[in-house]
Design a protein around this ligand. Structure first.
Ligand SMILES: [Zn+2]
Ligand SMILES: [Zn+2]
Length: 159
């Protein structure tokens, strides 16, 4: 597996994690847009911070998304990258369409989702999303790794 030695935030902002999503994870700042919240939730998944993912669900969705299930999912995946396709918001609601890439076992998966966000107590929260189907790709050990590293899978993201 590769390690992220450069400490660039996994959300793709090109800032360091410390200057970016860590501030949201620590609660030093609050997301000012659905996109910022969504990016921080992706990084929280990648860093297996299930509590943050849970806390940033809208209240009505928390019961059906317990921390343990979020943790199980996060622990079973190797997250690669995030790209935000489009986003917009007004004062109270907004959306983010994105594509998140990750490995699950030896499958290369892409989650293409249009997520809805709402404001609760002045804080942006994730409500739900519409998922666009993307076929998972089976990766063999000698294949080029789909993460874009130009390395073979077995020398890169393979388990
Ligand atoms: Zn970030
Ligand atoms: Zn890779």
């Amino acid at each position: 597996m590769t390690t992220h030695t450069d400490k660039t935030c996994l959300c793709g902002s090109l800032q360091s994690y410390q200057d970016c999503c860590e501030k949201l994870h620590l609660g030093t700042i609050q997301a000012t847009s659905p996109e910022q919240l969504m990016r921080s939730r992706f990084v929280a998944y990648a860093l297996k911070n299930a509590k943050y993912v849970y806390q940033t669900y809208a209240q009505e969705k928390q019961a059906e998304n317990p921390v343990i299930e979020i943790a199980d999912f996060a622990n079973s995946c190797r997250f690669i990258s995030l790209s935000v396709i489009s986003t917009d918001h007004n004062e109270e609601t907004g959306y983010v369409e994105f594509c998140a890439s990750y490995f699950y076992q030896n499958l290369y998966c892409q989650l293409h989702e249009k997520s809805q966000f709402i404001k609760e107590n002045k804080l942006w929260r994730y409500l739900d999303g519409e998922i666009f189907p993307v076929t998972d790709i089976k990766v063999n050990r000698n294949d080029e790794c789909p993460c874009g590293s130009n390395k073979k899978y077995k020398k890169c993201h393979s388990v």
